[in-house]
Write a protein that binds this ligand. Sequence first.
Ligand SMILES: [Zn+2]
Length: 178
Amino acid sequence: MQGRCLFYNWTEMFCPFCNHRDSRVLESRLTGEKSVRRRRQCEQCDKRFTTYERVEVVQFLVVKRSGSREPYMREKLRAGLTRAVSKTTITAEQIDDLVDALENELASLGKREVPSTLLGEFALARLRNLDEVAYVRFASVYRQFRSIEDFIVELNTLKDTKTLLSSTEQEEATVSSA
Ligand SMILES: [Zn+2]
């Protein structure tokens, strides 16, 4: 096997060549009950390396709106996101990366209980950067829209942001039928 093999904690995945923090996952394979082998490519120096990562179960309680608590379940969040991204260009790998990043973010908070709303907002913030359609779909579930008005408000917020970002692309010619 080429390259250096390092055992990392999954929360710290620095490039062994340049110490850059962000890398792309090229391939993931479970190598045991609690470890996963990943081929990664550094986003700064483009070199590839292999990591053997411990799969640590993130343990905290999710506090639901009703006040009831349930253990955080990665699969549940993953399933919700997967539904939201169906028919978009987002890959399963991107979802895994998103959930990884989100779990890191939550772990860094060091809390034992996290409101479900916060979990949803964290996911939304990341999803928004990936795909707008998926973002709105996920938002409709996690923000529990009570009416079509709520949904329209969300769409308009999204549209406004988009308008700000690309105000030059606004002129779309409409061809009227004869
Ligand atoms: Zn690097």
